[in-house]
Write a protein that binds this ligand. Structure first.
Ligand code: ADP
Ligand code: ADP
Length: 234
């Protein structure tokens, strides 16, 4: 079952007269449960591809299916609904709400879900527990380390039980130990929940967690291979 299907997608950014081709003819399928690294040099199109797969941006041409639905035919509101229901995001700079506690940040995606307060509390505490932060529930982001903040962001991405999590350079602002801890938690949640993950990275230690590696150069896929995913750097 394909969670996301990208077919012959192109994307060009125009700023004044200057055009930059970010993606050229990208075709890619992301199946249920995979744990995939998106790699390639800076400027190769990784962020753009993640944004298009996550319905944060639209391609100029080509088609994107999310959970079987052609999202390139939908309006902005409908794409926002799909994003809210089906997709979890993790960003390089965590993107937590600074005035909210860890608990409140993780609860945010559930506030519009229709779950009652008790169900929300159980889910939020289960997720904080899963990322090892049950004892930090009432801390705000500025009272936590970068690694802890990113673990809160992982909990926030998973709490609504999305079909896929898209992570753009999730470890780029973490020290080595915190980055490896974050990857180990994502890998465990991937195995336990079956949620698919696609994460971009430059870091060979982070790539080593992947079971599939997709490499972009100049907006094209130049490699798509199964890899060991044993956490050992090649
Ligand atoms: P990566 O994530 O691999 O670094 P990006 O997707 O960020 O690659 O960028 C791909 C290309 O598109 C680069 O040349 C980048 O400068 C350009 N680009 C990305 N976003 C924008 C934007 N919003 N406006 C203009 N150019 C952009
Ligand atoms: P990353 O390392 O995650 O690829 P980038 O620095 O390439 O990050 O891009 C960060 C953000 O800036 C993205 O949202 C991307 O779309 C945007 N961006 C990248 N290049 C440009 C550009 N040349 N002009 C405007 N926005 C850009």
């Amino acid at each position: 079952m394909n969670m996301i299907q990208v077919i012959d997608v192109t994307k060009t950014y125009k700023i004044g007269e200057v055009e930059t081709r970010a993606l050229s003819g990208i075709t890619l399928e992301i199946a249920a449960g995979e744990f995939t690294a998106l790699v390639g040099p800076s400027g190769s199109g990784k962020t753009t591809l993640l944004q298009i797969m996550g319905c944060l941006d639209r391609p100029d041409s080509g088609t994107v299916y999310v959970n079987g639905q052609d999202v390139t035919r939908l309006g902005a509101d409908q794409r926002a609904d799909i994003r809210r229901q089906e997709i979890g995001f993790i960003f390089q700079f965590f993107a937590l709400v600074p005035v909210l506690t860890a608990y409140e940040n993780v609860e945010l995606p559930l506030l519009l879900s229709g779950l009652d307060a008790r169900e929300r509390r159980e889910r939020v505490m289960a997720m904080l527990d899963a990322v090892g932060l049950a004892d930090r529930a009432h801390h705000r982001p500025d009272q936590m380390s970068g690694g802890q903040q990113q673990r809160v962001a992982i909990a926030r991405a998973l709490v609504k039980r999305p079909i896929i999590v898209l992570a753009d350079e999730p470890t780029a602002n973490l020290d080595t130990a915190s980055g490896e801890q974050a990857m180990a938690i994502m890998e465990r949640l991937n195995r336990e929940t079956g949620t698919a993950f696609v994460f971009s990275t430059h870091d060979p230690r982070v790539m080593a967690y992947a079971r599939r590696m997709v490499r972009l150069v100049d907006g094209r896929i130049v490699e798509d291979s199964e890899v060991a995913g044993d956490g050992k750097e090649k």
